[in-house]
Design a protein around this ligand. Sequence first.
Ligand code: ADE
Length: 171
Amino acid sequence: MEDLRNVIRDIPDFPKKGIVFKDITTLLADAKSFHRMVDLIAHRYIGQKIDQIVGVEARGFILGAALAYKLGTGITLVRKPGKLPYKTIQKTYQLEYGTDTLEIHSDAFKPGDRVVVADDLLATGGTVAAVAELVKECGAEIVECAFLAELEFLKGRERLPLDRVFSLLKF
Ligand code: ADE
């Protein structure tokens, strides 16, 4: 896993002074690393009943779409406000730097659908906590939240009302 960690680069003071941004674009751009990331994460769910992947805007769409393709499921999008065309429900939440709002189509799932939530990075957990509420309000069950990477020092995992959180890489 060291090889995968090493292709993620640190960008100091982005998007604000004092934040060390984990830039995953270098991992995505590297064919071997990208395939390995998707295969390792998808492997966890092969053989389980998964009805949908939930991809979180924007980088969660990349991992989410690749996982959905690999697992033979569809992908449901959780998006920034004003992007989804049909009826939505919304949540506003705190970020490591600022606040944000996310939306999902209110008819996204069938009752009891088992879903995996995909995003690139677990930081404070604010985003995924909001996504989990949206998914549950729409009637689905979260099998697991899967991340490429986790910033352990932000203790996001401890704040989540979820038992099943997986991250491939920990920083
Ligand atoms: N999202 C929240 N904090 C981040 C960080 N430090 N690097 C990349 N994405 C982030």
